[in-house]
Design a protein around this ligand. Structure first.
Ligand SMILES: *Cc1c(COP(=O)(O)O)cnc(C)c1O
Length: 361
């Protein structure tokens, strides 16, 4: 068996220990005589899995007691509709910061439901930085302010949250979920599609302050009504049991391997620094993001030539470094180095890049 180093932006690499455990338990989960893929979501054994996943999520993120943790479906993209349907319920206004494709898609979807404004954008420089904002940039009566915390495609991240002057802040944290500590009390809601950093596709985790629940619009589809999902403990209908189980295994892996999200952050910083340091010193490759807003998770980079980019991607793939092609809107390359990417994978990639640079100078 030969495993590649998978730098995909999502679905993405999972910890080998988690895959091995899931493999070992595939025919008989914990003496139940069944796979988690086969069991009833109303069974006692699955109840323990989902409760344990929630408990670990609460422990790692230190989630305050007045927040609900929901396990949902429909991808992060379904929340682009659910968020206005649940929360744009006062003035009917919401302000969005456009830092990339995912924020823009959320913004465009929300426009169907109310008076939605782009309070700031970094589109002028291909989203290569995080725009500076102050509380005065948002409308006084906006029901919420929306951000995308880590921009998967462009490789920028909010190092500090934008000041919103007491307004409800909602964040898409899909591509930086559980990669470092986050003060959940600063948000009305955070959510993430699990397939970037936490589990296979099929699961969205939403963490929502309780007082915001219960005001969804009448037209809100029942599956998108966060209050209904919260009241049903995420079991309004059949949840993605297998994906929730893998999520639980990943959370256990984080706790056992790194102790806490601080520990994981230190690991992720060390890992990203190896690649960024090389990009800064290389005369062939360079990063595309301003240094102060660089993501620890998604690292886009380019050479000055499209031919060289294509050659690099092809040769890297042959050497076992796969999915390094950049998003079609940026071109070049992107290495997604999520929690489960080992440091060794980045070290070997950098060795390969050095060799490529020498051979093609
Ligand atoms: C991948 C991604 C999405 C879309 O996720 P789906 O689950 O495919 O809908 C949204 N936001 C961010 C930040 C992402 O990285």
């Amino acid at each position: 068996m030969a495993r590649v180093y998978n730098f995909s932006a999502g679905p993405s690499t999972l910890p080998v220990q988690v895959l091995e455990k899931a493999g070992a338990e595939i025919l008989d989960y914990n003496g139940s005589g069944q796979s988690v893929m086969e069991m009833s979501h109303r069974s006692k054994v699955f109840d323990e899995i989902i409760k344990e996943a929630e408990a670990l999520m609460r422990e790692l993120y230190q989630i305050p007691d007045n927040y609900k943790v929901l396990f949902l479906q429909g991808g992060a993209s379904a929340q682009f509709s659910a968020i206005p349907l649940n929360f744009m319920n006062g003035s009917g206004k919401a302000d969005y910061i456009i830092t990339g494709q995912w924020a823009k898609k959320a913004f465009q979807e929300a426009q169907k439901y109310g008076d939605v404004r782009a309070a700031a954008s970094s589109a002028d420089k291909t989203f290569s930085y995080i725009p500076k904002t102050s509380a005065g940039d948002f409308r006084d009566d906006a029901d919420y302010v929306y951000i995308c915390m880590n921009n998967t495609i462009y490789g920028t991240v909010y190092r500090e949250l934008p000041p919103v002057g007491g307004k409800t802040l909602i964040a898409d944290i899909s591509s930086c979920a559980l990669s470092e500590p986050l003060d959940i009390s600063k948000f009305g809601m955070v959510y993430f599609g699990a397939q970037k950093n936490v589990a296979p596709a099929g699961l969205v985790v939403a963490i929502i302050r309780e007082d915001l629940l219960g005001n969804a619009r009448d037209i809100c589809p029942v599956m998108m009504d966060y209050k209904i999902q919260a009241d049903a403990d995420s079991l309004y209908n059949t949840p993605p049991c297998w994906t929730i189980y893998i999520c639980k295994l990943v959370l256990e892996w984080i706790k056992e391997t790194f102790g806490s999200l601080e520990g994981l952050k230190a690991h992720n910083e060390r890992k990203a620094k190896i690649l960024y340091d090389f990009l800064d010193e290389s005369s062939m490759f360079r990063g595309t993001v301003v240094p102060e807003d660089r993501s620890l998770m998604n690292v886009p980079f380019v050479t000055d030539s499209d031919e060289l980019n294509a050659k690099f991607i092809k040769e890297a793939e042959a050497a076992g470094f796969v999915n390094l092609k950049g998003h079609r809107s940026v071109g070049g390359m992107r290495a997604s180095i999520y929690n489960a990417m080992p440091i060794e994978g980045v070290e070997k990639l950098v060795d390969f890049m050095k060799k490529f640079e020498e051979e093609n100078a």
